[in-house]
Ligand binder design. Structure first.
Ligand SMILES: Nc1ncnc2c1ncn2[C@@H]1O[C@H](COP(=O)(O)OP(=O)(O)OP(=O)(O)O)[C@@H](O)[C@H]1O
Ligand SMILES: Cc1ncc(CO)c(N)n1
Length: 275
């Protein structure tokens, strides 16, 4: 049905504190005017201070959630987030192969801002071998890109090399997020598109600890824009402008790494530098 409202799904873990994971994804999707749905892979007991506990759901229940969606809704784009361990990565991969949920944004979530591991160390190889080749676009932060490629990433050249390495592993489009860079002035993300062209997106760095769920928000926004039919480069630029505004126009919630302001409209402060 051509005129159906755009529907998207996040395949990820919940955050009881509301700032990251499935909750950040759904808030972003709502703000970007698509209908958000969720396949819950894991439940975390979490707030802005950290992750207190988590448990992954039985894989049978994950299979059933995929089936519930595919038998009724018309999902046009999807994203993955926290996948917990190798068996759950494998389960999600098998389900993604049996359904057609449109372009896949892979946010290879590994470690929360407070330091808690959201992906078992031995599952990194499963992500690299099974999930990365399915990615229409992959959005690692610097430690995630380093873990997936085996590269040490300390400068722009290394970010670009990591982008190409991820394309060689099978991801069609790549964004290496520079949120963890040392640069005190700007937050710079490297974008490598499927056609081999590349550019940088730069936003003023906000001096804040209120950055809980930045990666989730970026990848959920890209997923929403792709569902609405945006070209990949446009979807990525809108994602960067949205997350930059959501960090800048902060809200006071919690006592630690506070959540973002998902009500913002994308600001124009992002600069694109073509290579
Ligand atoms: N302090 C900041 N000021 C401006 N932009 C930032 C800041 N921190 C991160 N960003 C931007 O936010 C986006 C997410 O990057 P980041 O590297 O923080 O992701 P992440 O570590 O996966 O996030 P999370 O694990 O909290 O979901 C990127 O576009 C990055 O440049
Ligand atoms: C459930 C969940 N997913 C992703 C992240 C990373 O932001 C988090 N902290 N929690």
């Amino acid at each position: 049905m051509v005129n159906e409202f755009p529907q998207v799904v996040t395949i990820a873990g919940t955050d009881s504190g509301g700032g990251a994971g499935v909750m950040a994804d759904l808030k972003t999707m709502q703000a970007r005017h698509v209908f958000g749905t969720a396949v819950v892979v894991a439940v975390t007991a979490q707030n802005t201070l950290g992750v207190q506990d988590f448990m992954a759901l039985p894989t049978k229940l994950i299979d059933e959630q995929f089936t519930s969606l595919v038998t009724d809704l018309n999902i046009r784009a999807c994203k993955t987030g926290m996948l917990a361990d190798a068996s759950h990565v494998h389960c999600v991969v098998e389900n993604l192969k049996r359904v057609d949920f449109g372009p896949l944004t892979v946010d290879p979530v590994m470690i929360a801002k407070g330091g808690a591991a959201l992906l078992a160390a031995d599952a990194i190889q499963t992500v690299r071998d099974e999930l990365v080749p399915l990615a229409t676009v992959i959005t690692p932060n610097l430690p995630e890109a380093a873990a997936l490629t085996g590269l040490t990433i300390e400068d722009d050249q290394a970010m670009m090399a990591a982008g190409h390495a991820l394309q060689e592993l099978g991801a069609k489009n790549v964004i290496i997020k520079g949120g963890h860079e040392a640069d005190p002035q700007t937050a710079n993300d490297f974008v490598l598109l499927a056609d081999g062209s590349s550019f940088w997106l730069s936003a003023p760095r906000v001096d804040t600890v209120r950055t809980h769920g930045t990666g989730d928000t970026l990848s959920a926004c890209i997923t929403a824009e792709l569902a609405k039919g945006a070209a990949m480069a446009t979807a990525i630029q809108t994602g960067k402008a949205y997350v930059a505004a959501a960090i800048q126009q902060t809200i006071q919630v919690g006592h630690g790494h506070g959540p973002l302001n998902h009500w913002v409209t994308p600001s124009a402060e992002v600069t694109r530098y073509d290579n």
